[in-house]
Structures are given as C-alpha cells and as structure tokens.
Design a protein around this ligand. Structure first.
Ligand SMILES: [Zn+2]
Length: 345
C-alpha cells in the first residue's frame, strides 16, 4: 500500500501543509497562523490543515504515517510533555502581543499534540530543515559536512555532518547569536554584540542611518538594506564601510563554525543573499583571514538552490525514507507546479 507523509511549514505569518507519496506531492493548503486561544490552538490548526490537505489528495487522514515539520523556533523544554515546546517569538507572545492580538501561550506543544494522532512526528527549526533539504536535493549534494546560513531580517543556520543533523540539545546552529562585538549593539535576544545585531538587514540599515545621521527614504522599509547595497555599488564610502564590517562579522562567525565542524561547504540563502555580488567576495576574503588555514582549505561557498520551493520539502526531509530520497533526486517533484489552496479563517 502506498505510504503517505505530511509536511508542515510554520512561518511567522502562515502555515502550509502538504501531502506526498514517493510519486510526488499531491496537495498543498495554507492558512494564516491563528493567534488567539489556548496553547493547543496552533497544534490543532496544524492537524486541521493536514486533514484539509488529505481531503484534496483524496486520502483518509489515518493513512498518514509520518509528519515532518519545519517551524520558526526556537524550542524549549516542555515540563508537562514528552517533547519540546515551540517558543517562536512571532507566534507566541511578543510580536502577537505587540500587534494587539492577545494570545495565551508562551510556547506550544506541537509534537505532543500531533503524536496522539500520527505514528511519527519530527520537527526541526527552519534552518535545520533547510540544511537537510539542501544536502539531499540542493547545493549541498555530495558533501559530507555542510552548513547553511540565512541572512535576512535575522541570521540563522544549521549544520549537517556525515548524514546527521547537528542539533545539540535542540537549538544548535543559531549562528546569528555568535558574539562578534564586545559590548556591541543589542540583539533581539537581549544580549549585546551578537552577529544578528551587527550584520542582519535591519542592522545594516540602522548603522548606515546612524553614521549618515539621516533616515533612508524608501517606500517599503524592508528595502532599506537593499538601498545600502546599491549605495555600496555606487561607491558610497559609508555604505562600503558598513557592509564590509558586516561581511567581516559574518566571516568571523563562519570561521568559528569551521573551527567547530570542519565544514566542507557553506550554503547561503535569505533576502540579503540577493546582493551576493557584493557580499560573497567580501565574506570569502575575510573568511580566509579568520579561519585556521587547514580548516579553511577547499571550503565551498554556495547559493541555496531550493530557496523558493524549500518550505514543504524541507519539512518533509525530517521524515523522508531513504528510498524516497533516491527517487526524488531523480524526479524532483518540487519542480512540478501545484496550486496551493488558501483556507480562510
Ligand atoms: Zn542574540
């Protein structure tokens, strides 16, 4: 009998669920994250979305043998359950509270809830699942030790070494929280001098604005980092300084990761990697200055290949059987267009 798996991708704004078999991906649905209710609100929503995806695929939900989850993190202990709590700040209190949409949970017991209905449930944070997917199907194929770094509004990462994800207790790979500047800028986590506070997109824009003593004027504030990169290309001295420093901090962090894991290939993604023409040469140059020469030998710097199509594939890799991996490397089912059904509240 055909085996079916479900993939769930939980982001800050919406949740996507899909159903797949070895033959490919059969259905996709998505819905905005529910932010009001009790701690089981999101787990219940995930279960409902799997049911909706099963309906579209024409199968009974009971036939799902495994659920792979990719979620924004981090994870924390759950004193009342067997598995971890997802304590993602933009779904739990914090951002939702700031938006005036109260919710009553500070973490949600996703795996505990879903394990009541499904035989196998595995979850990873979105960078952990990304490194897994890139290693199986993307830019990391053929390497034994790969690290993924996303540079965007935040900076995250994941490491896979000799077929195994490096998870630590559960939150390994938080590259954005390497300390790079003593008493530096304050990070979202509350500690000073972390990479994210000095080299992520918003940091680059803020540092540029501070030095120039003026606001960057763009229609969408999200485009501010891009403006600084454009200024870099125009030869703006301040933009050059700000971005070179950020690239230096990123390189320093990558050298630390190399010292720990002896990485063969670094794979980069995230919105700031769209400016890789500027960023990559600077990072590579500074990396060579930071890393132990033996550890820095023959290290590849690559661009993520699955980026836009990553979500469900990344989630699914958490439960993907070995024979599917081989089959999917050939058939590449994520390339086939499949409409996502949007479910309204
Ligand atoms: Zn931090």
């Amino acid at each position: 009998m055909t085996e079916y798996l479900a993939a769930v991708d939980i982001g800050g704004t919406n949740i996507r669920a899909s159903v797949a078999s070895i033959d490919g991906i059969h259905s996709k649905v998505k819905q905005d994250v529910m932010r009001v209710g009790d701690e089981n609100t999101v787990p219940r929503q995930v279960d409902n979305l799997i049911a909706e995806a099963c309906k579209d695929a024409g199968i009974d939900k009971k036939r799902i043998s495994g659920v792979g989850i990719s979620t924004c993190g981090p994870f924390d202990d759950n004193p009342r359950g067997k598995y971890e709590l997802v304590v993602a700040p933009n779904i739990c209190e914090g951002i939702a509270r700031k938006e005036g949409r109260n919710n009553d949970w500070t973490g949600f017991p996703l795996r505990d809830y879903l394990s009541q209905s499904y035989e196998r449930v595995e979850a990873g944070n979105d960078c952990t699942t990304a490194v897994n997917a890139e290693h199986m199907f993307g830019a990391g194929r053929g390497y034994d030790v790969v690290a993924y770094m996303t540079i965007s509004t935040g900076i995250g990462g994941g490491v896979k070494s000799h077929g195994k994800l490096v998870l630590g207790r559960r939150n390994a790979g938080h590259f954005g929280h390497h300390k790079v500047v003593p008493n530096g800028r304050i990070c979202g986590c509350g500690i000073r001098g972390h990479l994210e506070a000095h080299a992520a997109g918003p940091a680059i824009a803020a540092i540029y604005e501070e030095i120039m003593n003026r606001k960057i004027e763009v229609v969408d504030p999200k485009d501010k980092p891009k403006y600084v990169f454009d200024q870099f290309r125009r030869g703006d001295f301040v933009a050059r300084r700000v971005i070179s420093e950020a690239a230096g901090y990123i390189a320093q962090t990558l050298a630390n990761v190399s010292a720990d894991h002896d990485v063969q290939a670094f794979i980069f993604g995230g919105s700031m990697w769209n400016d890789k023409d500027v960023l990559q040469p600077l990072i590579e140059e500074r990396f060579a200055e930071c890393v132990h020469p033996t550890l820095g030998k023959d290290v590849a710097f690559k661009t993520a290949e699955l980026e836009d199509r990553l979500g469900d594939i990344a989630a699914l890799t958490m439960v993907l059987p070995a024979d599917w991996v081989g089959a999917w490397q050939k058939t590449q089912p994520w390339q086939k267009p499949l409409e996502t059904r949007v479910i309204k509240d």
